[in-house]
Design a protein. Sequence first.
Length: 89
Amino acid sequence: MTTEPPGSALEEGALLTRAEASVFLAQRGIRLKPATLARLWSTRSDGPPCRHVRSKPLYPRNLLEAWATSQVSELRTGAPAAAQGRRRG
């Protein structure tokens, strides 16, 4: 059995199950249970993109990585301006 080096085309295009996608995201600081991933896909349109093989959802690793990156904001040192305007004085 051969193993591909990290970052290879084969690894990047790997398809992950919901359980594997949950672990993958947790390693990037985004904790979502497989059931939450299922709910995001079925009831909302803001979850990570997935493909279906028959009825089984599979998450392309490279698209999951891009989605995870898009979920993390820039470093903040204070509340956003909109939140500051709502302070009670």
